[in-house]
Every structure is written in C-alpha cells, then in structure tokens.
Design a protein around this ligand. Sequence first.
Ligand code: UDP
Ligand code: MG
Length: 326
Amino acid sequence: MQAAETLYMVIPCYNEEAVLRETAKRLQDKYMYLLEKKMISSDSRIVFVNDGSKDRTWEIIIELHTQAPSFFSGINLAHNAGHQNAVLAGLMTVREQCDMAISMDADLQDDINAIDEMLAKYYEGNQVVYGVRSARDTDTFFKKCTAEGFYKFMAAMGADVVYNHADFRLMSRRVLQELSNFREVNLFLRGMVPLIGFQSCNVYYERAERFAGESKYPLKKMLAFAINGITSFSNKPLRMITTIGLLMFVLSAAAFIWAFIVKLTGHSELGWSSTMCSIWLIGGLQLLALGIIGEYIGKIYAEVKQRPRYIVADYLNDAETSSPKS
Ligand code: UDP
Ligand code: MG
C-alpha cells in the first residue's frame, strides 16, 4: 500500500444534539484505528457541518473542536440550507485539504465499519466508492416501500442513480474538483456523482436504526426530494406530455368520426354526459401538463438566479493555516 493519505469525513448535522457526542466518540475510535493501520494520515479530520440547527449542535461542535482540534473540525452554515447543500458545503470547504472525503449522516445509520473497505477500494484505484445498503430490515415497512419505490421510479424515469445508495460515499480529491464545476442549484448529489464518471465501485453495508433523535425527513420532505430528483435529472415527464397529447389527438379524431356517423344515421341525441366527460378529461390533462411544465419553469427560475448554494459562516480547522495540499 502507498503512503497513508488524508481523509476528511464530512457529516451534515441538523438539530443533532442528541446524537452528536456519541457519533463523535465512535468516529474518533474509528479514526484512531485507521491511523494505527496506516490507512489514513494524521492530518485527517472529522468535519461536522452545522446546517443552521436550532438546538445546541454548534456549541457541541465548538466544544469537540476545542477539546481535540487534531480530530474534529466544524463548519457553521449561516442558515439551514438542507441536507444536500450541507453535504456539498462540507465537501467543497475541505476539498483543498484532503486526498479523499467521505460523506455520511450524523445519526450513525451508515455503518462506519464500511469505511475500512471504502478506503481499501480507494487505494485499489477507485475514485468514487458508493456505500450501498444490503438490507432494509431496520426500516419501517413504510420507509422501505417508499424508498425502494423511489429508486425504481428514478430508474424508470431515466435518472442514473445507484440503487439503494444514499449519501454515504467516498470521493477522491479529483472527483471533488470536478464536482465543484457543477453549478446547479437544485442539488441531487446521488444523480450528480455518477455523471462525473471515473472508476467507481460499491461497498455493501447494513443500515442501522437511528440511535437517538428523530428523522429530519418526514414524508413531505421525502416526496419533495423525489420530485426534485426526477425533474433535475430527466426530461421524461416532458416527453410524456407529448405522448399523451398525441394519443388524445388520435382518440378525439376517432370520437369526431364516431359523432359524425351517429349524426348522419340520425341518432344524434348526444347526451350531456359525454360532453361533461370530455370537458373533465381535457381539463384534467391540461392541468397535469401545465403542472409538469411549471415544475421545470420553477427550476429554470432557480437556476438563472445563480444564488450561492450555501454560505459558510465559520470554519474551525487547525490545518486551515497550513497551505493547501498540492
Ligand atoms: N440534515 C441536514 N439538514 C437538513 C436535514 C437533515 O443537514 O435540513 C442531516 C441530518 O442531520 C442527518 C442527515 O442529514 O445527518 C440525514 O437526515 P436524517 O437522518 O434525518 O434522514 P433519514 O436518515 O431519516 O432519511
Ligand atoms: Mg438518518
């Protein structure tokens, strides 16, 4: 194996005071172990990104950094930017200082023991290593169905995502560099990273239960996330409108001919019901089409504004003063 390289673990935290200390402790143990095995260098860091939490999360991060600056760093975002933005903020802030970065959730649902294998795969030459869930035994039936349905639907809609892979992944410095060139505002990292390419592979792990605190992804947010993922990565919904429109045209032509024949044969008491039905049908279709188009216009709106996607307020890192790695 080559000389040990610098790893930064990026952990987004939103109202995670209940789990943070335990997470920090376990990650520190992992860090020590990896250091001993010479899989990471001693200037590696565990970086907590505080995503505008309303509880004591940031105070805890400061405390951890003050107690052990050689392990823990902290990034404080000026406001709640959302999970995807927080992950990106972390990765982009540290990318000059690390050789590779791993992003993972604060609630330890991602198995930190998979990190060993991720690093091994990295040293074998992989630029991206995806953490993929092998089982969903710990999820509720509802979460399991919605989540698996989500991946299947995404694939059917033409977005290239890794099945059952969330945001637990290792990326090399090179990949982070390329990721920084993606300027989109509607972030969907799971779709973006496969687009970058490079040699990649999967590492399988079992996802544990959140050991404390509550999920920050209620159904409403999950749905929004799915819609965002599909419309950010696929034009299929737009094409579907065209197909439906074409089909409707053929059908209405047939209906017209039918109505004409009925009229010619003198049975022209065409009822109120058929008129009403068609009005409702056409009205519904138009609304649906408008809705989908609106979805895309909303995106264009957000993209043309070119707002910064996150704002870093503070960056606590002792390595910061040293020159960036070349
Ligand atoms: N998170 C965040 N900003 C948000 C919501 C969530 O940084 O606005 C973080 C959260 O602290 C956690 C990760 O994103 O580390 C995943 O959230 P959660 O565990 O609640 O989602 P679930 O695992 O239930 O899908
Ligand atoms: Mg979680």
